[in-house]
Design a protein around this ligand. Structure first.
Ligand SMILES: *Cc1c(COP(=O)(O)O)cnc(C)c1O
Length: 736
């Protein structure tokens, strides 16, 4: 018997639902939703870089109506929309139970960058990725949260490598119509416009809303017809331009962000500054209070109770500093409104207020006007207290009011598709429902993600109990884990070959045989991908060049390296690192065993952290405040080989990966580089390679797989933003 077709009204409802879904980033961490957009246009999904909004433009309304007459497809759409609506409407959240006050007066989280997804390239690196993951987990937890950032219509730069192996930058236009953002409108349906006085000009901006699950993140955009062209271009690029652009961007972000929230009627209980870029928001809060009749001292004290600050780096250049002239130019209106002299104003950003030569530091401003501050790992908290001790001369080092909360990642967002399916199948087949078999009508998508009634998917996947099951070979066998590792590695190698072909970096251009043999699917695959800041020392491993060549060319125990990363456009030293590595990949005995993938971004990161066997990290300790890419490796069974810096110093327990050196570092940089290079080589050849190639009679590396189990059990439930955001709430948001 044929089934009745969908009515016009049902079709309209499903299509409206799909359009709503495409404009909420929830789909980026939900496999079922992603698969629908993928299936709607498989090539489009790939060519449009996994952009659900663009896919919805690609597929006509007529086609949608036709396709939805496929009962099976329509049922999956309905199921995805049901899960989506259930998520949005859930009342019984962690936030509702533990932080109900924040639902009325949310946390306003200011960040110059947010890394949500490859379709919205408005992040430069780890800071932005962390902000995006923070926002996603705030939503999962049901925490009252609103984000503020800038809409960069050329985003962060795209990287290509020229024939001299030198990084060149180009920019693509981000069309708001084609990305998951919606215009913020006023009561009349017109764009809501606010302004900030910068120098002598009034700079106008409107805003775009990104729906991050349950919460909004607003992106401010100065591309307004009222503005002169150079102000229209103020928000063109992430950290674009010189220090003049920079200070003006930060005025828009900090001051403009507060004004937008007021215009929207949002009354945050806490303003959270993610790095010093947004610290001008404190000036706006002081100004507001003075306009209500408070003195400067009263207003500053009041502001201090409203703000918290997270510092992200011990690297000096990571702290914005502006000259007295620049401050005088950009913020002169504030000096008048706050009724302070220029010298008094400068004092807000100086460690030593009496030092006329000291520039204005945004970190100092943020520290002076926050009720609490933190670093992003235990060691970084300690280093930050040393770094800013001068600001608190009356306190002992341990009393410096900077604590720490160790970073995390948004697990579901980072987990690769096949892996989500892998766990789903695994748990379904194993009667994970307390031994009971699953109801026969459970659809595939509900099997894994609704293990226990009343427990949110996000709570379960981040819980220690979930990952503890990996200890049980009856739950998952060594064979299954190894098969999963092989699958993920193959996917990475095929992804790399395709990318390298497009890059024109194959061994011989157009030589498909060489291309297909580039990288070995059976080799121990070591990944290194991150910003090419010099302190991260990307080429450190090649200091022992002859030795590494021998390691790679061992036919019995093959080893290979995949590198990726962008250098800051003005960082020639970082670009030289890239040049050196690409040169080695083409013109040395490492050819075929070493590749460099261009244009590192969230998508490349996901391929690499899932497909590599080892994630290499060798920063100059203690400069890696936390690091997060190694956390992304954990749930995929990729093991860390890292200096004991940042998060790994807390994560490593002797059984769950590999350490380079010990919990100390020499004061002298040359000495440190020499020592770390030797320790890296030793760990690689004495621990990593023997363990990986130690196969039993069944061909399995039992010890290696045991380490994978330990990594999953110990690292995944700890280094995630589900835990991290709860810590922020309990330690800082709720302790006003
Ligand atoms: C995770 C991530 C980072 C941060 O990685 P680190 O280990 O902190 O260097 C930077 N860029 C991208 C694209 C990422 O996904």
């Amino acid at each position: 018997m044929s089934q009745p077709s969908l009515t016009a009204a049902e079709l309209t409802e499903l299509i409206a639902g799909l359009n709503r879904l495409a404009r909420n980033l929830w789909w980026t961490w939900n496999q079922e939703a992603q698969e629908i957009f993928h299936e709607l246009s498989p090539r489009g999904w790939q060519n449009l870089y996994h952009n659900a909004v663009a896919v919805m433009h690609e597929v006509s309304d007529y086609e949608l109506r036709v396709r939805l007459q496929d009962r099976e497809f329509a049922a999956r759409v309905r199921e995805a929309l049901r899960l989506f609506n259930e998520y949005l409407n859930e009342k019984n959240t962690w936030g509702a139970k533990n932080a109900p006050a924040l639902l009325r007066e949310p946390v306003a989280y200011f960040s110059a960058e947010f890394g949500f997804h490859e379709t919205l390239p408005i992040a430069a690196g780890g800071l932005g990725i962390l902000a995006g993951d923070h926002a996603k987990s705030a939503s999962d937890l049901g925490l009252g949260f609103v984000g503020i950032s800038l809409f960069y219509r050329e985003g962060y730069f795209q990287q290509t490598i020229n024939s001299d192996n030198w990084q060149t930058e180009y920019y693509t236009h981000v069309n708001p119509r084609n990305v998951p953002v919606e215009p913020v409108l006023d009561a009349k349906g017109e764009p809501l416009v606010c302004s900030v006085k910068i120098g002598t000009s009034q700079v106008y901006f409107h805003a775009w809303r990104v729906n991050v699950g349950r919460n909004p993140v607003y992106l401010l955009d100065t591309n307004r017809p009222e503005n002169e062209q150079h102000y229209r271009d103020l928000t063109l690029r992430v950290y674009g331009g010189d220090s003049v652009t920079r200070i003006m961007q930060e005025m828009v972000l900090g001051v403009g962000g507060v004004r937008l929230l007021r215009a929207l009627g949002v009354q945050p209980s806490t303003f959270h500054m993610n790095e010093g870029h947004a610290a001008f928001l404190t000036l706006e809060l002081v100004r507001e209070k003075m306009a209500e009749g408070k003195t400067f001292a009263q207003a500053a004290a009041g502001t201090k109770t409203e703000c918290i600050f997270t510092t992200h780096t011990p690297v000096e250049a990571g702290h914005d500093r502006f000259s007295s002239d620049l401050i005088n130019y950009a913020a002169q209106k504030f000096e008048t409104q706050l009724k302070v002299t220029h010298v008094e104003f400068m004092a807000l950003g100086r460690v030593d207020p009496k030092n006329d030569a000291e520039p204005f530091c945004m970190t100092v401003l943020a520290l002076k006007l926050s009720r609490a501050a933190n670093g992003v790992s235990e060691l970084h908290g300690q280093v930050s207290r040393e770094m800013w001790h001068r600001l608190y001369p009356e306190k002992s080092l341990n009393e410096v009011p900077i604590g720490h909360i160790t970073n995390g990642i948004h697990l579901l967002g980072w987990m690769k598709g096949p892996l989500r399916r892998f766990w789903k199948r695994k748990l379904a087949g194993n009667g994970g429902n307390g031994g009971q078999s699953l109801p026969s009508n459970a659809s595939e998508s509900t099997v894994f993600w609704q293990r226990k009634p009343g427990v949110a998917v996000e709570a379960e996947i981040n819980s220690p109990e979930f990952w503890q099951r990996l200890a049980d070979p009856g739950f998952i066998s060594d064979e299954e884990l190894w098969a999963m590792r092989y699958r993920l590695r193959r996917e990475l190698i095929e992804f790399s070959r395709r990318r390298l072909l497009l890059q024109g970096q194959t061994l011989r251009q157009g030589d498909f045989i060489a291309f297909d043999h580039l990288l070995n699917p059976d080799a121990l695959t070591i990944g290194f991908a991150r910003r090419f800041a010099t302190y991260k020392r990307a080429p450190l491993i090649f200091q022992q060049f002859e030795n590494i060549v021998k390691v790679c060319n061992d036919k019995q125990h093959p080893v290979q390296f995949i590198f990726a990363g962008k250098a800051h456009p003005r960082d020639d030293e970082g670009k030289k690192f890239i040049q050196h590595i690409i040169h080695l990949s083409k013109h040395s005995d490492l050819k075929g065993h070493l590749v460099f993938l261009e244009n590192y971004d969230v998508h490349v990161a996901r391929q690499m952290v899932s497909g590599c066997d080892v994630w290499l990290n060798n920063p100059r300790r203690p400069l890696e405040a936390s690091g997060t890419s190694g956390m992304k490796a954990g749930c995929h069974g990729c093991l860390n080989l890292s200096i004991l810096d940042g998060w790994w110093r807390e994560g490593y327990d002797g059984t769950n990966g590999f350490a380079i050196g010990d919990d100390s570092h020499p004061g002298n940089v040359e000495e440190q580089d020499r020592l770390d290079s030797a320790n890296l080589y030793r760990a690689l050849t004495e621990e990593v390679i023997p363990c990986y190639f130690n196969r039993d009679a069944h061909g399995l590396p039992r010890q290696w797989i045991a380490k994978i189990r330990r990594a999953m059990i110990t690292l995944v439930p700890q280094f995630n933003t589900w835990r991290m955001v709860q810590e922020y709430a309990q330690k800082y948001y709720l302790t006003k």
